[in-house]
Write a protein that binds this ligand. Structure first.
Ligand code: ADP
Length: 324
């Protein structure tokens, strides 16, 4: 592989606020370094179907504050087949794209890893997912915004829950990872949190806690449930049936995926986008960029995808200790 003269950029899988800031940073850093940039639409789908457009600086104007992704995103079945990936490679060659920056979650970065191995294409992955379930980075692009969106909604819910002496069971996103749920539970002052990482017992984790809390005179209860744990409505029904407390379920759903990114997501995404171009310029290929504290880091894609990260047990203790 000779020196890189042009970079393709795509967003893939679930969208996350801050993806636009990353697109902007990659585009502008590449142009700054004298490289051409191509925007690839709808993730790997655009690579397979040739939905590719050269980007100038103005193509990424006025997007740093926008949620979603101007490149759109999609899931692409064809790219999971060797034929689909061969077609994607043909389109890269056609546009003379030398390297790819992929912004997405676990699945998207796995696709990048396979593609890089098969066709010797230099790839850099940026962790873009609200779930924060990628190793090699403390925070993924979109995670901070999603948590803030959830907390803002739960603050509103708390007003009405408190006024009516109700129990609110709030389902937040995070199918396999409880990062959003745990942090949001602490920040919203929830009585209990149900995490995918911990087996849950209705009696011990909810009913006993409600009884304990009632002794302090409390009459309203907020319970946060990560979507991977169970159905908020069923949990609310059971609480009502067993305690007599008027219980409601609220599923925050996809609102958590949208909205203007927070400062933290904008800065992280901008720094990661810049770093992706630096790595390609330095000939460091097939790596995933992350943030450790406020410091940029990068790891080989194989290492990053094979390891898992876990919730901080101290934060779990914080949540349990101050919830009653
Ligand atoms: P996320 O990146 O948010 O985890 P997905 O798991 O849906 O989202 O992956 C997004 C896309 O990445 C898929 O639609 C597919 O095109 C590609 N992809 C995922 N896994 C693989 C794989 N094992 N091989 C090739 N491509 C993959």
């Amino acid at each position: 592989m000779g020196t890189i003269k042009s970079i393709g950029i795509l967003t893939s899988g679930g969208d996350a606020p801050g993806m636009n800031a990353a697109i902007r940073a990659v585009t502008r850093s590449a142009i700054y370094n004298g490289l051409k940039v191509y925007g690839i639409y709808r993730g790997y789908k655009g690579l397979v179907t040739d939905e590719i457009q050269e980007f100038k600086s103005q193509n990424v104007s006025n997007i740093i504050q926008m949620g979603g992704t101007i490149l759109k995103t999609a899931r692409c079945k064809e790219f999971t087949t060797p034929e689909g990936r061969a077609q994607a490679y043909e389109n890269m060659k056609k546009h003379e794209i030398d390297a790819l920056v992929i912004i997405g979650g676990d699945g998207s970065l796995t696709g990048a890893r396979i593609f890089a191995q098969e066709f010797d294409v230099p790839c850099i992955g940026l962790p873009g997912t609200i779930d924060n379930d990628l190793y090699g980075t403390d925070t993924t692009i979109g995670y901070d915004t999603a948590m803030n969106t959830a907390v803002e909604a739960i603050d509103k819910l708390r007003d009405t829950t408190q006024s009516h002496d109700r129990c609110s069971v709030v389902e937040v996103m995070g199918r396999n990872a409880g990062y959003i749920a745990l942090n949001v539970a602490i920040a919203s002052g929830a009585m209990a949190v149900l995490l995918p990482e911990k087996e849950f017992d209705m009696q011990r984790d909810i009913l006993d806690k409600i009884a304990e809390t009632q002794k302090t005179g409390k009459r309203h209860f907020i319970i946060i449930v990560a979507e991977g744990v169970g159905h908020a409505q069923e949990i609310a029904n059971e609480i009502q049936a067993r305690t007599g407390i008027d219980s409601r379920a609220t599923i925050l759903g996809h609102v958590q995926r949208g909205g203007s990114p927070t400062l933290r997501d904008r800065v992280n995404a901008s720094a990661m986008g810049y770093q992706a171009v630096c790595l390609l310029e330095q000939g460091k290929y097939n790596r995933i960029v992350g943030m450790k504290g406020e410091k940029l880091v990068d790891y080989p894609v194989d290492e990053a995808l094979e390891m898992t990260k876990s919730l901080d047990p101290v934060l779990v203790d914080v949540c349990n200790t101050i919830s009653i």
